[in-house]
Design a protein around this ligand. Structure first.
Ligand code: NDP
Length: 289
C-alpha cells in the first residue's frame, strides 16, 4: 500500500481563504477587525520565525496583529503589566505569549494572567478544564490541526484505536482529549511506555508528538492506518524531519502527513480561527459561516 499524503499546506490555505470572508463580515458588523496581541521576548531565532509567520498569516486574513517585542532582560512585572493592558484592550481578542521565555522569567503565572476569554493558544487551566469536561472553548492549535487533517481526509475516528505518542500539555494531552471526544479509543504513550512498537502496531490512528527524528519506525505501522506526524526535528545537515520514518511508513499507512507541510501550517491556521472565534464570543455577534 502507498499512503495518501495529507497535504496540510493545502488544507491550511483553504482554511485561511474561508476565514477571510468571515473576518471581513466580522469587521463590518463589529466596526473593527479581530485583533491578536503577540508578545515576543528576546532574540530566539526559531521563535522570531514562528511569530513572523503567524503575523503574516494574520495580515493576509485581515486579522490585526499587535506585535510586542521585548528585550531579553525584560522583568516579570513589565510582562504582567503588558498582559493586563492587553486583557483590557477592546481591539485585542486573542493574546499569544511566545514560548520559551528566557530563564529568569516564570512562564506559568504569566500564562495564568492571560484572560481565559483571550487565551488564543488554549493553554490557560480554565480552557484546559473546559476541554477535559467536554465543553471546549479555546483549544490548543496544533491538536485542532491534527483532528482537522484527519477529518478532512475522511479518516473514521468513531470506534478507532488511536495511539498518541507524547503527553505534553500543548500537543499530546489535548489531542488525546479531542480524539476521545470524536469517539476513538485512546492510548497515550510516553517515555516510560513499554512496548511502544506493539501499541503503535495496533493503532488505526497514530499521532506522533515526541521530538525525536524518525523514532516511529515504518514497519511498526498497521497497514492502512492514518499517521499524523507532529514532530519537527532539524538534522545536522539542516534538513527537517518528523518523528515518523516517513518513507517506510508511507509503504504501510493508508494516510500520512509529511514534515514539513503537514501539521505545521495547520497550527497557524487554527490560531487564526481561534482568534476569530474568540472575537465573535467577545463581541457576541453570531455571524453566519
Ligand atoms: P515535549 O518535549 O513537551 O514532549 C515530548 C513527549 O514525548 C513527552 O511526553 C515524552 O514523554 C515523550 N517521549 C520522549 N521520548 C520518548 C520515547 N522514547 N518514547 C515515547 N515517548 C517519548 O514536546 P512537544 O509535545 O512540545 O512537541 C513534540 C514535537 O512536536 C516536537 O518535535 C515539537 O517541535 C513538535 N511541535 C510541532 C508543532 C507544529 O506546529 N507542527 C507544534 C508543537 C510542537 P515524557 O512525558 O515521559 O517525558
Amino acid at each position: 500500500m502507498t499512503a495518501q499524503i495529507i497535504d496540510g499546506k493545502a488544507r491550511a490555505k483553504q482554511i485561511r481563504k474561508d476565514l477571510k470572508g468571515r473576518v471581513s463580515a466580522f469587521e463590518e458588523r463589529a466596526g473593527r477587525p479581530p485583533g491578536l496581541g503577540v508578545i515576543l521576548v528576546g532574540n530566539d531565532p526559531a521563535s522570531a520565525v514562528y511569530v513572523r509567520n503567524k503575523e503574516r498569516a494574520c495580515e493576509k486574513t485581515g486579522i490585526r496583529s499587535f506585535h510586542h517585542q521585548l528585550p531579553e532582560d525584560v522583568t516579570q512585572q513589565h510582562l504582567e503589566e503588558l498582559i493586563d493592558q492587553l486583557n483590557q484592550d477592546p481591539e485585542v481578542h486573542g493574546i499569544l505569549l511566545q514560548l520559551p521565555l528566557p530563564g529568569h522569567l516564570d512562564a506559568q503565572p504569566l500564562m495564568l494572567r492571560i484572560s481565559p476569554s483571550k487565551d488564543a493558544d488554549g493553554f490557560h487551566p480554565v480552557n484546559v478544564g473546559q476541554l477535559a469536561v467536554g465543553k471546549p472553548v479555546f483549544v490548543p492549535c496544533t491538536p485542532l490541526g491534527c483532528i482537522d487533517l484527519l477529518r478532512s481526509a475522511g479518516v473514521p475516528l468513531q470506534g478507532a484505536n488511536a495511539v498518541v505518542v507524547g503527553r505534553s500539555n500543548i500537543v499530546g494531552k489535548p489531542v488525546a482529549q479531542l480524539l476521545l471526544a470524536e469517539g476513538a479509543t485512546v492510548t497515550i504513550c510516553h517515555s516510560k511506555t513499554q512496548d511502544l512498537a506493539g501499541h503503535v502496531g495496533r493503532a488505526d490512528v497514530v499521532i506522533a508528538a515526541v521530538g525525536r527524528p524518525e523514532m516511529i519506525r515504518g514497519d511498526w505501522i498497521k497497514p492502512g492506518a492514518a499517521v499524523i506526524d507532529v514532530g519537527i526535528n532539524r538534522l545536522d545537515d539542516g534538513s527537517i524531519v518528523g518523528d515518523v520514518e516517513f518513507a517506510a511508513a508511507s509503504e504501510r499507512a493508508g494516510y500520512i502527513t509529511p514534515v514539513p507541510g503537514g501539521v505545521g501550517p495547520m497550527t497557524v491556521a487554527k490560531l487564526l480561527e481561534n482568534t476569530l472565534e474568540g472575537a465573535l464570543r467577545i463581541e457576541q455577534y453570531k455571524l453566519q459561516d
